[in-house]
Design a protein around this ligand. Structure first.
Ligand code: NAD
Ligand code: TYD
Length: 361
């Protein structure tokens, strides 16, 4: 891992990953290719912009000639592919971009890597790696008694987002089998932490609670997710690229599976403690049930024994520790939240999504 192309590095996990890697790996250079959609912002990487080991390129992963040029100009030996459309609710209202970016974009990126690494023999196969960032959502929903997802769980995606990620996982795997492209895949659970776009559950609840707005719980709120603090995810990705064999996939999760309602209640308690003088204490009184998401997966849970035993990775932060850090970060970075939330199309989307769920404007 010397010259790394990170795609989608201006988004939530990608920006955390770039910051983490530049701090921990003194020898690597990173090129960040990002289309700067509503979810990406250079503000997420402002502190790194003057680093000479970091370079930003504005563009789409599906832009083959641009990707070809980056690979050659920077002698890229490692690709860490985060770029995607990522919000399930948006994929329900408008799936087309999910197909375009997550499936076609991944295909173009794979083709570029195959052409440079394999057809042109730019490197030997033990020098390169295509690491694909995926999600637990590809496995569908667990029943109450089902064992947690493992690397052997069959794919059964339920949302257009999950289906597009499943398709991209299969494409990556097929390039390994068919063309000997050295790859690895991590299927990770729900991340949270600094720089997450406020449409996702945890930052949305923090922002709304701060402003005295309703905290919209989809359906009964008894859906179960596994949650992982973003820096623990970044550490897992690094371990898989460094120590995981090519062709392997790894389940990555936080070993903590609360209901959505419990997550929101815990956040409200933390907000009460951090902001005892707020007129919205107790923040829990802002919780509002709204119409459920269609096809809403009921339960996710992760079996992380493969990555723990093979690579020695386990999450460091408990959910309570991670949520406290996250609330503190959002409270200290209100200007960031306001700037990224003030895009007209986001405000429009937010109210459309809320009203669609039966919420009152
Ligand atoms: P995000 O939505 O915060 O960021 C996505 C980034 O990709 C943005 O910077 C956006 O501008 C960029 N992008 C979108 N389309 C692009 C294109 N065509 N070309 C180049 N860049 C493009 O996403 P995130 O939450 O950081 O997720 C990153 C990856 O991790 C995704 O692949 C996602 O499926 C996966 N993942 C996310 C979670 C989670 O909880 N957030 C969990 C598991 C896996
Ligand atoms: P989300 O953060 O959108 O991630 P994902 O759908 O990828 O898991 O949602 C996490 C969970 O929280 C999911 O079960 C949907 C639920 N949810 C709400 O109840 N209310 C909300 O306003 C949002 C955004 C999500």
């Amino acid at each position: 891992m010397r010259n790394v192309l990170v795609t989608g590095g201006a988004g939530f996990i990608g920006s955390n990953f770039i910051r983490y890697m530049l701090a921990i790996e003194p020898e690597i250079n990173i090129v960040n290719l990002d289309a700067l959609t509503y979810a990406g912002s250079l503000e997420n990487l402002r502190d790194l912009s003057s680093q000479d080991r970091y370079k930003f390129v504005h563009g789409m992963v599906g832009d083959r000639s641009k990707v070809d040029q980056i690979l050659r100009d920077h002698a890229i030996d490692t690709i860490v592919h985060f770029a995607a459309e990522t919000h399930v609710d948006r994929s329900i209202l408008g799936p087309a971009m999910f197909i375009e970016t997550n499936i076609v974009g991944t295909f173009e990126l794979l083709e570029a890597a195959r052409s440079y690494w394999i057809n042109e023999s730019a490197f030997s196969s033990d020098q390169v790696r295509f690491h694909h960032i995926s999600t637990d959502e590809v496995f569908g929903s667990l029943g109450p008694e089902d064992p947690p997802f493992s690397e052997l769980t069959p794919y059964a995606p339920n949302s257009p987002y999950a289906a597009s990620k499943a398709a991209s996982d299969h494409l990556v795997r097929s390039y390994g089998k068919t063309y000997n492209l050295p790859f690895s895949i991590t299927n990770c659970s729900n991340n949270y932490g600094p720089y997450q776009f406020p449409e996702k559950l945890i930052p949305l609840m923090i922002s709304n609670a701060l402003n005295g707005l309703p905290l919209p719980i989809y359906g009964d709120g008894k859906q179960i997710r596994d949650w992982l603090y973003v820096e623990d995810h970044c550490r897992a990705i690094r371990e898989v690229i460094r120590k995981g064999n090519p062709g392997e996939t790894y389940i990555v999760g936080g070993n903590t599976q609360p209901t959505n309602m419990l997550v929101v209640q815990t956040l409200c308690e933390i907000m009460d403690e951090c902001l005892p003088n707020s007129k919205f204490v107790p923040h829990e009184s802002l919780i509002t049930h709204v119409i459920d998401r269609p096809g809403h997966d009921r339960r996710y849970a992760m079996d992380i024994s493969k990555i723990s035993t093979e690579l020695g990775w386990t999450p460091k932060l408990t959910l309570e520790e991670g949520l406290l850090k996250t609330v503190q970060w959002y409270l200290e970075n209100q200007a960031w939240v306001e700037a990224i939330s003030n895009q007209a199309d986001y405000q429009e989307w937010l109210s459309r999504n809320y009203i669609q769920r039966g919420g009152q404007k």
